[in-house]
Design a protein around this ligand. Structure first.
Ligand SMILES: *[C@@H]1O[C@H](CO)[C@@H](O)[C@H](O)[C@H]1NC(C)=O
Ligand SMILES: *[C@@H]1O[C@H](CO)[C@@H](O)[C@H](O)[C@H]1NC(C)=O
Ligand SMILES: *[C@@H]1O[C@H](CO)[C@@H](O)[C@H](O)[C@H]1NC(C)=O
Ligand SMILES: *[C@@H]1O[C@H](CO)[C@@H](O)[C@H](O)[C@H]1NC(C)=O
Length: 489
């Protein structure tokens, strides 16, 4: 969620400041990239993220209890052919963050922005600059301008976009669909304003409108540019704190009728997919975020998949759980976890949304978080298999190992890493590469890269565990498909 991102950026900024006064900012980025000890930092960010998910869930449950009729309508329209479009996607490791970035072009004429691709978000927003002459009241709120974005080199200018349309504060979208919209609505036509505030006093403020995104159609021989109209876009005009160092905003891939994913998927085959390169890959190693059918994982919607239609080899499929309890997140039914082929004893209620558990898949969380009973069982099984490797201590993990050979000084090569498998409903098994759960934490040090989550609480499959897989979110048929891939297409 946008607000959560702000918090992440603030934490990052604080880390930079705390890291010392010498050296330029660019140097700092470099250091962070070279020293994955910043995993502790990633986990601090993830914790904020988890708090957000928990809060959001609570909020949703309350809303549901009080108003069961206000069901968000999110039914993508029937697929429009085999057309698809794609955006380059890359790891943000070079900025010291655990996010994946896309390039998003918005406005007329189009302006490019680097946004975090986040399935946990329902509002797309960009850093924005309001016209110097504008009446602040017309932007829905007055704010402390000392840290406004006017100095930012890359900011969206709604006044320079012919297709920007403010959303009025009296509209249903503002009142019902937008998280954190302000109640203040001086006149029915005033812009819809949002204000994200945090315990520590940080905040992000702006107004919401719609604009056109420029997309590159990938169907056909030549890439053809076209416009996707009516994209809901938050224009973040001010915030308190030195944040947003790494990106220009957030691309919302959550399941909500204002999210970019739902909007784009409703026009392009009812689905989207992404392939996550290794989380430490350099910025020029790009893969794609694709809207519309991805032939690698599923048949095009114009050729309906009958029961007998073969899926591409290697593609697994499990139901995508899209209901109000987990909105706007993507929930999956996890039935169990095995280590070296042995199914672990984990109480079933850990995986049950009805009983305070459940599992979501999130591109915006880095480390995978398992609710306490699951975490304990999985870590016990993995660490038992690694008992022969000398332990070292390293935040934020419980189990880290000195992976350096005393004889050669190089990485240990002969340690078999136990295989981890996540068993989803529909007999779909995720078997991530070893480096996704016994992860490099420092030179010569590897850690069991999982985190312990609260119980009761939701488990989150983070982006490191998703790396080097192609994931397709078929919103129309409520299916999640995935397969191993080096994401080099
Ligand atoms: C989202 O759904 C709500 C009602 O559930 C509706 O009022 C609103 O207009 C919808 N927003 C968009 C952008 O379609
Ligand atoms: C505005 O921000 C500055 C710097 O962060 C702070 O010193 C000042 O007290 C703030 N003013 C208000 C009215 O919040
Ligand atoms: C990425 O950049 C590195 C240098 O920073 C270069 O060696 C490499 O060839 C580049 N890879 C691609 C795919 O462009
Ligand atoms: C790991 O072991 C090697 C060789 O025994 C040693 O030189 C090194 O200092 C150890 N590293 C850590 C982080 O303990």
């Amino acid at each position: 969620m946008a607000g959560r991102r702000l918090m992440l950026a603030l934490l990052l900024a604080a880390a930079f400041l705390a890291a010392g006064a010498s050296g330029s900012k660019y140097m700092r980025f470099d250091l962070l990239r070279r020293q994955p000890a910043s995993l502790a930092e990633l986990w601090r960010m993830d914790r904020e993220h988890m708090a957000f998910i928990a809060a959001r869930r609570g909020r949703r449950l309350t809303a549901e209890a009080t108003n069961s009729a206000s069901k968000a309508k999110t039914s993508p329209a029937p697929a429009g052919g085999d057309e698809a479009f794609a955006m380059p996607l890359s790891s943000g490791a070079y900025t010291g963050t655990g996010q994946y970035f896309v390039i998003f072009r918005v406005g007329t004429p189009a302006q490019p922005f680097l946004l975090v691709a986040d399935t946990g978000s329902d509002l797309t927003w960009v850093k924005c600059r309001r016209p110097v002459t504008a009446d602040p009241a017309a932007y829905g709120t007055t704010w402390n301008d000392s840290s406004s974005l006017s100095a930012s080199p890359r900011a969206f200018r709604p006044d320079k976009s012919r297709t920007w349309r403010p959303i009025p504060c009296s509209s249903d979208t503002c009142v019902q669909s937008l998280p954190f919209s302000l109640a203040a609505c001086p006149t029915p036509g005033s812009p819809c304003a949002y204000d994200y505030r945090y315990k520590d006093g940080s905040a992000a403020r702006g107004t919401v409108g719609t604009d056109s995104a420029t997309i590159a159609l990938s169907a056909g021989r030549a890439a053809k540019r076209t416009k996707l109209r009516g994209v809901v876009l938050g224009c973040t005009t001010a915030y308190n704190g030195d944040s947003f160092l790494a990106s220009d905003g957030v691309l919302s891939l959550g399941y909500s009728n204002i999210s970019f994913a739902s909007h784009a998927a409703s026009r392009f085959g009812g689905r989207f997919s992404y392939c996550l390169v290794d989380h430490l890959a350099p910025r020029n190693q790009t893969s794609y975020l694709t809207f519309g059918p991805n032939p690698a994982v599923s048949p095009p919607p114009s050729k309906p998949a009958c029961a007998s239609a073969p899926r591409p080899p290697g593609a697994r499929q499990t139901p995508l759980v899209l209901d109000r309890r987990t909105h706007p997140f993507y929930a999956v039914t996890l039935n169990g976890v095995s280590v070296d082929g042995e199914l672990l004893k984990i109480p079933r209620h850990v995986w049950d949304v009805e009983r305070g558990g459940g599992t979501i898949l999130d591109s915006g969380t880095s480390l995978t978080v398992l609710a306490r009973p699951a975490y304990r069982a999985v870590v016990a099984a993995l660490s038992e298999k690694l008992a022969g490797v000398p332990r070292v201590t390293m935040d934020p993990f419980d189990y880290c190992y000195n992976w350096t050979s005393p004889a050669t000084g190089a990485d240990l090569l002969d340690v078999p890493v136990p295989t981890l498998a996540l068993h989803f409903a529909g007999a779909a098994r995720l078997e991530p590469p070893a480096k996704s759960y016994v992860i490099d934490a420092a030179p010569g040090v590897k850690c069991i890269g999982l985190q312990e989550g609260e119980w009761p609480g939701v488990s989150v499959i983070g982006n490191i565990l998703q790396q080097e897989h192609l994931w397709e979110f078929d919103l129309k048929n409520r299916r999640l498909r995935f397969m191993r891939s080096r994401c080099t297409h």
